[in-house]
Design a protein around this ligand. Structure first.
Ligand code: TRP
Length: 71
């Protein structure tokens, strides 16, 4: 399955931004939560295990679909 080629970038605009990975498949579960402080950046991919990501807190998010700022 070609689901893991694109990277996305999340830059925290405040302390305590949570990046939460959700599992692929029939069960949708939180499986990992990464905490970013202001100006920390996470570069990640969707993988065999990760089909969705939830971002809590103010962040700048770049994907191949564009750039989003949820602040
Ligand atoms: N071990 C996880 C995986 O391969 C790591 C991971 C990839 C992840 N992308 C993520 C965790 C996005 C949180 C958010 O699927």
């Amino acid at each position: 399955m070609n689901n893991n080629t694109d990277f996305f970038v999340i830059k925290a605009l405040e302390d305590g931004v949570n990046v939460i990975g959700l599992t692929r498949g029939s069960d949708t579960k939180f499986f990992h939560s990464e905490k970013l402080d202001k100006d920390e950046i996470m570069i990640a991919q969707f993988t065999e295990h990760t089909s969705a990501v939830k971002v809590r807190g103010k962040a700048l998010i770049q994907t191949s679909h564009g750039e989003m700022n949820n602040s």
